[in-house]
Design a protein around this ligand. Structure first.
Ligand SMILES: *Cc1c(COP(=O)(O)O)cnc(C)c1O
Length: 222
C-alpha cells in the first residue's frame, strides 16, 4: 500500500502541467502493478533489457520512458514500443533511433540530454553541440524521430543553490532552443527533477519529473 500512498502524496504537490514519470528501475513488476492500480501509466527505466522484460509482462497501455544512458546497439530492442527516450546525447544515437524507427514504420519521440552538472559522471550534450546537430542537413532528413524537449540531471549535492542554478541553466538552454523548430524538432518538454530535487526543478520550469525512490522506496542494487 505504501506505493499508492507515496504516489498520491507526490501527485498532490505537482502543478497540473507537470507530468510524473514513475521510475521503476530495479523494482519488480508487482511494484509497477501497484502504481498502475493507483492510476499511474508512465514509467521510467534506465536499462533497455529490464524495460523490455517489463513491457512484455505488463499491461500494454503503459507508456515506457527510457531515461538511462543509451547504447546505440540496443536501441533496436525497444524501438517497437518505447514512448519517449530521454537520454539522447549524440548524433550517432539519433541516427540509430531514426533507423530503427523506420523499420517499425513509426516516429520515436526523444529528448536531448544536456550536461548541466559539474560532475564528470553525468552524460550530456553542450549547447553548441546541439546547435551543430540542428545545423546539419543530415539532421533534417531524420524523419522518423521527433525531438520534443530537453532532459538534464543536476549534481548530486546537498547544495540546493548549486542544484537550482543548474536547473536555471537548463531552462535557459530550453528557451534558446525553443526558438528553432523543424518537423522533427519542436521543444515542449523539459524533463528535470528526481526524488531529491523535483520541487526545485518545478520552481525552475520543469514540465516532467522522474521520481523513483520517493515512490517505490530505496533501491537495492545487490
Ligand atoms: C534513477 C533515475 C531517476 C530517479 O531517481 P530517484 O532519486 O530514485 O527519484 C531519475 N532520472 C534518472 C535519469 C535516473 O537514472
Amino acid at each position: 500500500m505504501f506505493i499508492k500512498d507515496n504516489l498520491n502524496n507526490i501527485l498532490k504537490t505537482l502543478p497540473a502541467p507537470v507530468k510524473l514519470i514513475a521510475v521503476s528501475k530495479t523494482k519488480p513488476t508487482s511494484a509497477v502493478l501497484e502504481a498502475y492500480g493507483a492510476g499511474q501509466r508512465s514509467f521510467g527505466e534506465n536499462k533497455i533489457q529490464e524495460m523490455v522484460n517489463k513491457y512484455d509482462e505488463l499491461p500494454k497501455d503503459i507508456e515506457w520512458h527510457m531515461i538511462g544512458h543509451l547504447q546505440s546497439n540496443k536501441v533496436k530492442y525497444m524501438a517497437h514500443f518505447v514512448h519517449l527516450i530521454h537520454g539522447v546525447d549524440s548524433f550517432k544515437t539519433l541516427k540509430e533511433i531514426n533507423k530503427q524507427a523506420v523499420k517499425h514504420n513509426r516516429v520515436i519521440n526523444c529528448l536531448l540530454q544536456l550536461k548541466i552538472a559539474k560532475e564528470d559522471t553525468k552524460f550530456g550534450l553542450s549547447l553548441p553541440e546541439v546547435e551543430n546537430i540542428l545545423a546539419s542537413e543530415e539532421f533534417k532528413n531524420l524523419k522518423n524521430i521527433k525531438i520534443q524537449g530537453l532532459m538534464g540531471m543536476a549534481s548530486f549535492t546537498e547544495d540546493t543553490s548549486e542544484v537550482r542554478s543548474e536547473f536555471k541553466t537548463l531552462k535557459k538552454y530550453f528557451n534558446t532552443l525553443k526558438q528553432t523548430s523543424f518537423n522533427n524538432f519542436n521543444l515542449t518538454i523539459l524533463s528535470m527533477g528526481m526524488s531529491g530535487d523535483y520541487q526545485i526543478a518545478i520552481e525552475e520550469g520543469s514540465t516532467m519529473v522522474r521520481v523513483g525512490s520517493s515512490i517505490f522506496g530505496e533501491r537495492n542494487y545487490k
